[in-house]
Design a protein around this ligand. Structure first.
Ligand code: ASP
Ligand code: MG
Length: 404
């Protein structure tokens, strides 16, 4: 009997009505002769509300208690979905993450799965049950409950699919799949039928969002993941490893990341060890630096520009300003209001002309490029945030992404 792992996000089970609807969909998959495991998130905004409540009571809640608290959100939904299935006449059982065999380390709030021991799940399936698993949580060797990081019910689903060798993992969400661009910005954006894992990681801002670690895990274990709507009967987007590239447009989509701030250290003396002395202290405080540009020096001085997440800007400046002084730089400048616009596609590898076409499209739309970076399958331009809609539309058009 084929085994399918499904996952339903918070909006899909936000109230009693929606829970009953989801139960029908789970039941329908069972009726088709599948063994079904369904992983659920907490209802609606439950997790946010629990976090808020905890902070009202204590501004610095202990991580261990937080995890035990947050895990209740998913317990509520998994039991209610099981009850809804019973109401429809299906045999079903709800399991916590611990009962389902999700073993983790003890890094509370962002625990890593160290092993998945799904014997209980398998036993319940063999008994004919539909198994509803509380996502986002696991258990340490000391039997403390952990959570796996925000949005990590996706990770629970993919990990279970891998451990149970499921046919595929189906992610049910409030959008219909992955698009060539954010449909709010580009009305002509097209839903992709399929996409590779690497491309999905880069395109996560276009349509359905999946937790990045879950995509990485799916890639490692080659779990095919179908992303589709829990509200409409639509085909969705299949994320998998065997995407046929040759016949396709080599750019798959346009991605946007608005979480960008920039720091420039001016007049940095050009001598060995300077870059290390700038970036080591940032790493030490846990600020992750993204794009780095160092110009060729003129008269042995150069400018170094790099980007960080907006939330890290303040801390990054606090670290960098004294270091800049120490190494004899002229000063620091910070800028917010920036965004990254990227074109993504495995087909761009070793193919010339994509960067040039991107720069021309932005130029013709009157958009100034502040910085440029590339990876094997992505070209990124950093632009002013208010130019993002125009930039995305220009690129979507230039690479004719609306065409099949
Ligand atoms: N409920 C958790 C969160 O909101 C996990 C999830 O939704 O996947 O982060
Ligand atoms: Mg959630």
């Amino acid at each position: 009997m084929p085994l399918i792992v499904q996952k339903y996000g918070g909006t899909s089970i936000a109230d009693a009505e929606r829970i009953k609807h989801v139960a029908q969909r789970i039941g329908a998959a069972h009726d088709k002769g599948n063994q079904v495991v369904a992983v659920v998130s907490a209802m609606g905004d439950t997790t946010d509300q629990l976090i808020e409540l905890a902070h009202e009571i204590n501004p610095a809640p202990a991580p261990r208690e937080m995890d035990l608290l947050l895990s209740t959100g998913e317990l509520v939904s998994c039991t209610l979905v099981a009850m809804a299935l019973h109401g429809l006449g299906y045999p079903a059982i709800g399991l916590s993450g611990a009962q389902a065999g999700v073993r983790t380390d003890s890094t509370h709030r962002k625990a890593r799965i160290v092993a998945l021991e799904p014997e209980r799940v398998t036993r319940e399936l063999e008994r004919g049950n539909i198994v509803i698993v509380a996502g986002f949580q696991g258990v340490t060797p000391d039997m403390d409950i952990t959570t796996l990081g925000r949005g990590a019910s996706d990770l629970t689903a993919v990990a279970l699919a891998a451990a149970l060798k499921a046919e595929r993992c189906e992610i049910y969400t409030d959008v219909e799949g992955i698009y060539t661009a954010d449909p709010h910005l580009v009305p002509e954006a097209r839903k992709l039928k399929e996409i590779g894992y690497e491309e999905m990681l880069e395109l996560a801002s276009s349509g359905a969002k999946m937790q990045p670690r879950s995509i990485e895990l799916a890639a490692v274990y080659q779990v095919p993941v179908l992303v589709t709507s829990s509200f409409a009967e639509v085909p969705g987007t299949l994320i998998h490893g065997g995407v046929t590239m040759e016949l396709r447009n080599k750019v798959r989509g346009v991605a946007v990341d608005r979480n960008v701030a920039k720091i420039t250290v001016l007049g940095v003396p050009d001598r060995p060890g300077i870059a290390a002395s700038l970036f080591e202290p940032l790493a030490e405080v846990g600020v992750s630096v993204d794009t780095i540009v160092q110009n060729a020096s003129v008269e042995r001085v150069t400018d170094v520009t790099f980007t960080v997440a907006r939330g890290d800007l303040h801390q990054a400046l606090k670290v960098v300003e004294p270091v800049a002084k120490e190494i004899g730089a002229r000063g620091c400048e910070a800028a917010q209001g920036l965004a990254k616009v990227s074109v993504v596609g495995t087909g761009m590898q070793n193919a010339p002309g994509y960067a040039a076409a991107m720069f021309r499209a932005l130029y013709e739309a009157g958009i100034n490029i502040e910085m440029i970076t590339t990876s094997e399958i992505r070209i990124t331009c950093i632009v002013a945030e208010d130019t993002v809609p125009a930039a995305v539309r220009a690129l979507h058009k230039a690479f004719r992404l609306e065409e099949e």
